[in-house]
Write a protein that binds this ligand. Structure first.
Ligand code: URA
Length: 433
């Protein structure tokens, strides 16, 4: 078999055989295929797409390209969630302890933020002492003992995805539906959980800009998961406006704790309950409504908060800051962004707001950049709110005073203020299961 022929088949819009896909993935991981050949094939896939069979085969081959975590030694049902990424998305910090407090074995590998989006691992690392790098054995032990463990990628999971993703990033081939679906699902399958809920974001701050694109991606990923023998559901949720009010690592932990204590932003709480409700429904084979009510109760009786404390402590994190959020180190500079005119906020471009928080130090532009855990933004007003000239729209937090002017400029560019109120977009578009 020759990679040249595989490229020409896809260039001519032919479906690749399973053998061709297998050959490509395994040879590329072994270093037997040149990057320029792989790049040409990815561009042909980008332009001509893949059918369902090809996408499933590609995903399974990528999943099998490295370690496949074996969670079979864990008694009980293993669950996982995945978000396609957004701004202010701290749902894992809330959803994971809710479902773990019901005894579901929550085994989650999370990522770091990149670009305008945040990542759970960076958020958890803002808690003093919290360890995100555990061996696969410690990961499994924590799940067994505490029902919950959240770590950065452990072991050598889906190395084909790492290589292919880096190449896509450099060759303008990231935005391809079969390539995104196989990238996400290969990692989820390799991570081993039997029930997976996908939070597919849509809107200005998301990969999928329209609900239609988000639905197509969701259906592909649910289909792949089911064919691989997992129970999978996808929730299509809004990322046109940042989720909740706090953006930035320790600021987001603080907001997650507020929700876990029964307070916090209504939009954030609702998305978390929908995600948790779906996980519980899949895992316990009950209706979604029953799952949702169970999740709500775990929040209300404080069981989710207690499980969160247990989880943080089990991974070495300090509970002093969790119980007293005012003890988290605060950024040296605080700056209120003032409103320029009266009206209603009719749009907040979540990507620009995420980029504004990156400028303040909350995220990285390059993988190796260091981040400032206390930097970020607290929103005082959100889409749909009435605003008055001179009123504080948000507070910017940073330790780098020189970033404030450009972060403020970008933040203001992200906002549209109109005399007329517009209809708000829904928080949850659809659930696909
Ligand atoms: N997240 C991933 O892990 N892969 C993609 O291709 C896109 C988003």
């Amino acid at each position: 078999m020759r990679i040249y022929d595989i490229i020409s088949h896809k260039r001519d819009n032919k479906a690749l055989t399973d053998e061709e896909i297998r050959f490509f993935v395994s040879s590329y991981v072994k270093g037997e295929i040149e990057h320029y050949h792989a790049a040409a094939l990815l561009m042909a896939i980008y332009l001509n797409g893949m059918n369902e069979r090809e996408t499933v085969t590609l995903t399974l081959e990528m999943a099998k390209s490295g370690d496949m975590l074996d969670l079979s030694g864990i008694d009980g049902i293993t669950v996982d969630k995945h978000s396609t990424g957004g701004v202010g998305d701290k749902t894992t910090l809330i959803v994971a302890p809710i479902v773990a407090s019901l005894g579901l074995k929550t085994a989650k590998m999370s990522g770091r933020g990149l670009g305008h989006t945040g990542g759970t691992i960076d958020k958890l690392e803002s808690i003093p002492g919290f360890k995100t790098a555990l061996s696969p054995e410690d990961f499994i032990r924590n799940v067994k003992e505490h029902d919950i463990c959240v770590v950065g990628q452990t072991g050598d999971l889906a190395p084909a995805d790492k290589m292919i993703y880096a190449l896509r990033d450099a060759t303008a081939t990231v935005g391809s539906m079969p390539l995104i679906a196989s990238s996400i699902m290969s990692k989820k399958l390799a991570a081993g959980a039997s029930c997976i809920v996908l939070d597919v974001k849509t809107g200005s701050g998301a990969f999928m800009k329209t609900p239609e694109e988000a639905e197509e991606l969701s259906r592909k990923m649910v289909d792949i998961g089911k064919r691989a023998g997992r129970r999978v559901a996808a929730v299509i949720s809004d990322m046109d406006t940042p989720l909740g009010r706090n953006i930035g690592n320790s600021l987001e932990v603080i907001e997650a704790v507020e929700v876990l204590k029964g307070k916090g932003s209504a939009d954030l709480k609702e998305v978390c309950l929908v995600l948790a409700g779906n996980i519980i429904s899949l895992a316990e084979s009950i209706s979604y409504n029953e799952g949702y009510e169970k999740a709500k109760r775990q929040l209300e009786i404080g069981a989710a908060y207690e499980k969160f404390r247990e989880f943080i402590s089990a991974q070495g994190g300090s509970l002093k800051e969790i119980d007293n959020p005012e003890l988290f180190p605060e950024a040296e500079f605080k700056h209120d962004v003032l409103c320029k005119k009266d009206g209603y906020i009719t749009k907040m471009n979540a990507e620009k707001i995420g980029s504004s928080s990156v400028i303040l130090g909350a995220g990285r532009v390059k993988k190796e950049d260091s981040i400032d855990h206390s930097a970020g933004i607290i929103l005082h007003k959100k889409t749909g709110d009435i605003v008055k000239e001179g009123e504080a729209l948000a507070t910017l937090y940073t330790n780098r005073r020189e970033t404030i002017a450009s972060a403020e400029k970008l933040f203001l560019e992200a906002l549209t203020v109109n005399i007329e109120k517009k209809e708000e977009s829904p928080l949850i578009y659809k659930i696909i299961s």
